[in-house]
Write a protein that binds this ligand. Sequence first.
Ligand SMILES: NC(=O)c1ccc[n+]([C@@H]2O[C@H](COP(=O)([O-])OP(=O)(O)OC[C@H]3O[C@@H](n4cnc5c(N)ncnc54)[C@H](O)[C@@H]3O)[C@@H](O)[C@H]2O)c1
Length: 389
Amino acid sequence: MAQKSIGVIMNGATGRMGYRQHLVRSILAIREQGGVELSDGERVQVEPILVGRSEAKLAELAARHGIADYTTDLDAALADPRFEIYADFLVNKARAAAIRKAIAAGKAIYTEKPTAESVDEALELAALAKAAGVKNGVVHDKLYLPGLLKLRRLIDSGFFGRILSVRGEFGYWVFEGDWQPAQRPSWNYRAEDGGGIVVDMFPHWNYVLENLFGAVRSVYARAVTHVPTRVDEVGAPYAATADDAAYAIFELDGGVIAQLNSSWTVRVDRTELVEFQVDGTLGSAVAGLFDCRIQPRNATPRPVWNPDLREEHDYAGDWLTVPQNDAVENGFKTQWEQFIRHVVEDAPHEFDFLAGARGVRLAEAGLESSRTGARVDLPSLSLPVGAAR
Ligand SMILES: NC(=O)c1ccc[n+]([C@@H]2O[C@H](COP(=O)([O-])OP(=O)(O)OC[C@H]3O[C@@H](n4cnc5c(N)ncnc54)[C@H](O)[C@@H]3O)[C@@H](O)[C@H]2O)c1
């Protein structure tokens, strides 16, 4: 069978996400399975080139994984016609400049979130990509978490009746870096370096909410820095200038209220690092990364508030586990396969730079709400006038 291939420039392949999720779990896993299957049954193989700032690190990664190409020269990679896709896993601050270059080079672009540091710049990139006619996509990996796929199935089957509310807890304790190394890079805790949990998580919450429950119409948020001093990768103390927790209420199209806590300063008393409780008129569900439990209306217990009696009822025992039923695929790999089909055979792909800009806007609005104390309304977002051709 004829074997096509597509070259992918992987900028930031030495980083946490670039290496683990995008290179190893996605592109190399796709290469290992013989490529992405297209609608006609043919396969397109992937050929990565690693791009970064440290030649030694790139050489080590390339040798470890049998990758032929690597370079510290992004411009040279962008000028090479073997590579049709530019992918960006850089720190937030470095992203927009690199994406501008990729648009100018006519590459299809796939990027981590946030697509830019402000909604204006995110929209400008979306407009530039559209004007240049380059295909573009942004991560939406959380939608493929097994727990959220189960939630999707419940929604599609009508299990909830009318959905009333969503309560989400995301978070865990990120070590301060003094007596145990932190689990996340220190730039995440410096606003001046593009850090902060709102910028990090609200782009995810935007696509999760709009794809499962309805577009976000307003946000009220309080973002705080609970731990003001941390210790970086080389053991030096630094001022944590970015928010490390955010407490937010989102109003969605159709009236659903979503209340999501995001925190790197909470100790886990849940079964998973993220959990969403969805309550509907006909039933409720609690979904995490992997698992999902349900309680239908007609199996709901009858709690009675009585402070004089110790609670004897096993509320956790009232829930039913939703079975897995389907094989679990890595979400990053799934979204890469979708994007490659979009590039190669024009398969539909709704997660574009405009979707990315909506995520950036939610983060910006969340921070504005936190600063002013006011609820911020979010009208529909469109490309700047004159961008569409
Ligand atoms: N989708 C997700 O679930 C998820 C999770 C975490 C992070 N992210 C996103 O992934 C991106 C990378 O985060 P990370 O945790 O992997 O960070 P990281 O610090 O581990 O990696 C960042 C990469 O950028 C490179 N880099 C740093 N400064 C640069 C500069 N000035 N110019 C060029 N390159 C530079 C580094 O060498 C490294 O390769 C961020 O945009 C973050 O928002 C996404």
